[in-house]
Design a protein around this ligand. Structure first.
Ligand code: HEC
Ligand code: HEC
Length: 277
């Protein structure tokens, strides 16, 4: 009986044979992005890494090909306004100091998260540090609209550049912690990130075509939620699907997991802001 019950869960989780990612090409504004490349050396169980874009339907893919159709761009425009908006006790906006505009941050997203003064720092930390310390303004909520719009605006400056996070030196201990979390089996379903995104990508799970769970397109606009979704929000959702307790957005665990997951995409081009179902 016990075996039958376990098989039942497996059948529910992964329906049918795996369907390969498609071979479509992602070209935005005349620039072709690399959605497939050799896996970074540290990845033992994959030879090739693929962007999540390659697993989406042609309708969803099309929304990302043209910036006029990409619903995330509304939020990027809002962030451009926020960049110029004075807030806080110092009477400053981002633009007061960053006078060359967000273009100044080209390449930054590719190297994040990174260790600064012994701390693992993600983009949300950089933004809130500046709001609090440089502007005397209230910090933004992690998955709030303002925050993720700003993360998307800064990320967009690196679109088309390869992901390139460091995993050695100061970063090594955080990376190991993230890797442990990635391979830990959580919840009643006893599934790890790898159970779905490494062992079963290409399979259908409910109505979803499972990808490798890469984060080179984050924050992503999710059609289902009609807003920008942060990396940590996505991690939470995935862990909850295994019916497990999850970590909080902005927790040290999710910072470490973000570093590890980012490193699994090293070499793929940044697509921020991507569009997903
Ligand atoms: C009072 C001046 C000032 C204000 C206001 C300010 N910054 Fe900064 N920012 C700096 C300075 C100086 C640096 C470089 C040194 C550092 O990293 O602290 C920097 C660095 C950064 C970096 C990291 C760049 C890198 O390559 O590591 C980001 C991202 C950033 N700022 C975003 C913002 C955003 C977004 C805002 C508005 C919400 C903002 N800053 C407001 C002065 C400011
Ligand atoms: C039960 C299966 C399952 C598990 C376990 C799981 N995920 Fe997912 N994940 C999904 C599904 C389904 C989607 C939506 C389809 C897709 O993009 O693969 C998804 C999407 C994602 C995405 C978005 C990819 C994109 O291109 O937009 C990321 C990132 C992700 N998962 C990371 C993780 C991480 C990290 C873990 C472990 C903490 C994890 N997932 C565990 C099923 C799972």
């Amino acid at each position: 009986m016990k075996i039958a019950a376990i098989t039942g869960i497996a059948a529910l989780a992964f329906a049918g044979a795996a369907i390969a990612q498609d071979s479509n090409t992602l070209t935005i504004d005349g620039t072709t992005l690399l959605t497939e490349t050799a896996a970074p050396e540290h990845l033992e169980n994959l030879d090739t890494i693929y962007s999540g874009w390659r697993f989406r339907t042609p309708e969803t893919q099309a929304l990302q090909i043209d910036d006029f159709d990409n619903p995330a761009m509304i939020f990027v425009d809002q962030a451009l306004d926020l960049f110029e908006t004075v807030d806080g006790t110092e009477g400053k906006s981002c633009a007061s100091c960053h006078t060359n505009g967000p273009e100044e941050f080209a390449g930054l997203h590719a190297s994040m998260p990174k260790v600064i003064d012994g701390k693992l720092v993600v983009m949300e930390d950089l933004i809130n540090n500046h709001r609090q310390e440089a502007m005397g303004a209230e910090p933004w909520k992690w998955s709030g609209g303002d925050m993720q719009a700003m993360v998307a605006l800064i990320g967009l400056q690196s679109r088309g550049m390869p992901m390139d996070v460091a995993i050695d030196g100061d970063a090594a201990e955080f990376w190991e912690q993230g890797k442990d979390i990635y391979y830990t089996r959580y919840g009643q379903l006893e599934m790890s990130c790898a159970s779905c995104h490494e062992d079963n990508y290409g399979s259908m799970i409910r109505a979803d075509h499972l990808s490798q769970g890469q984060i080179n397109g984050f924050p992503t606009y999710r059609l289902k939620q009609a807003k920008l979704i942060s990396r940590h929000n996505r991690f939470r959702g995935c862990i909850r699907d295994t019916r497990a307790e999850t970590f909080a957005e902005g927790s040290d665990e999710f910072r470490a997991l973000e570093l590890y997951v980012a490193s699994r995409a090293n070499g793929l081009h940044i697509e921020t802001p991507a569009v997903r179902q």
